[in-house]
Design a protein around this ligand. Structure first.
Ligand code: ADP
Ligand code: MG
Length: 375
């Protein structure tokens, strides 16, 4: 049988590279090229170090195998990409066959893309976190709401009965602050209460225009320039208009606040996405709409990126820290997803992906979001 080795390699779902004894590339398949993000540089005849750079993580694994003579497997090595964030890849490197004593052997490198698994893992922990918010919210509401009502009533009574101005002022201060706490508890209750949506056909562009005008009128936002990149062929989507308005307004406010006081451009774009489709309850890919908010603010440090959607996490002196967690909650109820990408010093990009049709209302809405395809 005359085997077409390259043909077999090309058909593999894993990335494979074979090196000769001098670390020159003998064989490389398309998946390996994709994972290494270096389509042109990784070619037969070239040395691996030359193609990737000597300090590349894959070269480091190969060097280790050369030194020890033993196979080596590394989980979720971050493979740098030229214009994208790194891809987590399992890398297995081993010697092929038996080289003559003291002579280097040929080497096989196998690489498996782990981004889908990682996304799924993150999604699951995100969902668990959201559920725990619900429990906490319900607990707080129960324990805090009733006493608050008592405090408010008592303060009003004191205010009405007291004869001097100072006591009356103090009493009304108590009432005001109690109302503020109640407001926060109400907002937190979003996580505990149902997630029923009032669905209708929504024109995303009209909705965006209305709230962009609204947000620009707010103090401090005069220097913001809004750039609209709307896809005119975007269809209406089935959604809860007022919830979506809240989602977008929270994101637009964050973007504008991030650019205070200097100002800058907020680019809002819309379109259908092909490659990042959501998966519906039936397991089938859903036509998906993407709304993107790109600002020119300072960006978000890596160290806090994972905590942004935790209720009450804020870096602002007067922030509530509820904007993003509430936005994420409603996007999930729609069977969609929200992603934040940020580059320090350049700005932040928030993508909201929504299915064209919202998930059926009697089914638990979160299930749709759990089966998202990788992004
Ligand atoms: P709040 O706006 O009340 O602080 P959010 O939940 O809306 O609460 O946001 C949480 C935190 O996330 C903010 O305090 C800020 O640090 C960060 N953040 C959100 N959006 C952006 C953005 N576009 N640019 C920079 N930082 C942001
Ligand atoms: Mg906010």
């Amino acid at each position: 049988m005359n085997l077409d080795l390259q043909g077999i390699f090309d058909a593999l779902l894993e990335g494979v590279i074979v090196l000769d004894a001098a670390d020159r590339i003998e064989l490389v398949n398309p998946e390996a090229r994709r994972l290494l993000g270096a389509a042109h540089d990784v070619a037969p005849g070239k040395s691996l170090g030359e193609a990737l750079g000597a300090d590349h993580p894959v070269c480091a694994v190969v060097a280790r195998v050369r030194r020890s003579g033993r196979a080596s497997i590394h989980d979720e090595v971050e493979i740098p990409q030229r214009f994208e964030s790194p891809i987590p890849v399992d890398v297995a490197v081993s010697n092929i066959g038996d080289a003559p004593r003291g002579r280097p052997a040929a080497i096989a490198i196998a690489m498996r893309d782990r981004s889908a698994a990682r996304t799924l893992r993150e999604e699951i922990s995100e969902r668990e976190r959201q559920e725990s918010y619900g429990h906490i919210a319900a607990g707080i509401a129960h324990e805090v709401r009733n006493p608050l009502g008592g405090i408010r009533g008592a303060a009003e009574l004191i205010g009405m009965r007291s004869k001097d101005e100072r006591s009356r002022k103090a009493a009304s201060l108590i009432v005001g602050e109690v109302d503020r706490i109640s407001g926060l508890v109400d907002e937190l209750m979003i996580f505990a209460r149902g997630d029923r949506l009032e669905l209708k056909n929504v024109n995303i562009h009209r909705l965006l225009d209305t709230l962009l005008d609204l947000a620009r009128l707010e103090r401090g936002h005069e220097m913001i320039k809004i750039v609209r990149r709307y896809d005119p062929s975007l269809p209406e989507i089935e959604a809860d208009e007022s919830r979506l308005q809240q989602v977008f307004l929270n994101l637009v406010r964050n973007a504008m606040q991030a650019m205070e006081p200097k100002g800058g451009r907020l680019t809002v774009s819309t379109g259908m996405t092909l490659e990042h489709r959501l998966v519906g309850l039936d397991g089938r890919a859903q036509p998906t709409v993407r709304i993107r908010f790109q600002d020119e603010g300072p960006g978000i440090p890596e160290s806090i990126l994972g905590r942004l959607s935790t209720p009450f996490f804020t870096t602002k002196p007067k922030g509530t820290g509820l904007g993003l967690s509430v936005a994420r909650h409603w996007v999930r109820c729609h069977g969609g997803r929200l992603r934040i990408d940020s580059v320090l010093g350049e700005g932040t990009r928030v993508d909201v992906d929504l299915p064209l049709y919202a998930p059926a209302q009697d089914a638990p809405a979160q299930d749709a979001a759990d089966q998202e395809t990788r992004s």
